[in-house]
Ligand binder design. Structure first.
Ligand SMILES: [Cu+2]
Length: 292
């Protein structure tokens, strides 16, 4: 008798512990730095973050209400207190309520979600555009109408550190932003709508810088679009986000957002370099591929 009662209590306690064990650390964990979605530095990324947090809190409230009702019911209406099960079935009022409330919640979530999606897909009225061509394993950026084009690859230090142990000349621990640095950064001005036209030469790649909000596939034979407008100067890092072959992990993306004057100066420098080097960029690819 005592044993049966004890195991019943234990079962209930385990249920409570499991529910609390899943909910409390889950909520706390989401707020640890680096775990939650980054708020980012573009108008779209902050909209996405706002949407994410809104839905997160709706889910938390639903979770607390549903689990709370379950836990209270299990505790107060337990057999050992002499509670007899109700025998009714069908309650139209309750059924209308539990259909209408989730419907309203879903509509409430769909409105801001649709607004964010429409904004993400609005490619009109951009200030500048860059054609991004991915290939194994590098990015090519062409600033449209500016006579500026270059390849962007893993920086030499990260590349030396990523080699197999016997060929390694640099310790990965000593490399800042290991595997997240490139030789040529994508420089863009702040507060300008930058349109990216993405495609690929060989297999599918994906351009992804978390702090700019969203990512987009670069697919051979197709041109995909994405846009961002960075509000804060800084360096933002990302990676190819589509498994694209052996060196997929070694094609990072680095975007440097600067003020308009600095951007103009950089463009001028790049124009000079592009004019000097001619087609040298293509030769470099061959040399790099051989070296790899
Ligand atoms: Cu890739």
């Amino acid at each position: 008798m005592f044993k049966a009662k004890f195991s019943g209590v234990m079962r209930r306690l385990s249920c409570l512990a499991l529910a609390a064990g899943l909910m409390i650390p889950g909520t706390a964990f989401a707020f640890r730095e680096g775990i939650n979605l980054p708020e980012g530095v573009t108008s779209i990324s902050s909209d996405i973050y706002g949407l994410h947090m809104l839905i997160f809190w709706i889910v938390v409230v639903i979770g607390v209400l549903v689990f709370g009702a379950m836990i209270i019911s299990i505790f107060l209406h337990r057999k050992s207190r002499g509670v007899k099960p109700a025998t009714f079935h069908h309650n139209t009022t309750v059924e209308v309520i539990w259909t209408a409330i989730p419907f309203l919640i879903l509509v409430g979530m769909a409105i801001p979600a649709s607004q964010a999606l429409i904004e993400i897909e609005d490619y009109r009225d951009y200030d500048m555009s860059i054609t991004v061509t991915a290939s194994q394993w590098q990015w090519h950026y062409e600033y449209r109408g500016e006579d500026v084009a270059f390849y962007s690859r893993l920086d030499a230090k990260s590349n030396a550190a990523r080699q197999l142990r016997d060929r390694r000349t640099v310790d990965p621990e000593e490399v800042d932003n290991y595997l997240l640095s490139v030789d040529n950064k994508v420089v863009v001005p702040v507060d300008q709508k930058v349109l990216l036209l993405l495609t690929a030469d060989d297999v599918i790649h994906a351009w992804w810088v978390p702090e700019l909000g969203g990512k987009k596939d670069a697919i051979p034979g197709f041109v995909n679009e994405m846009w961002f407008e960075i509000t804060e100067p800084g360096i933002y890092r990302g990676q190819c986000a589509e498994l694209c072959g052996r060196d997929h992990a070694f094609m990072p993306i680095v975007v440097k957002a600067v003020e308009q004057d600095e951007y103009e100066e950089w463009l001028e420098e790049q124009r000079e370099q592009t004019a000097d080097s001619g087609d040298a960029a293509d030769d470099q690819v061959t040399a790099l591929d051989v070296a790899r």
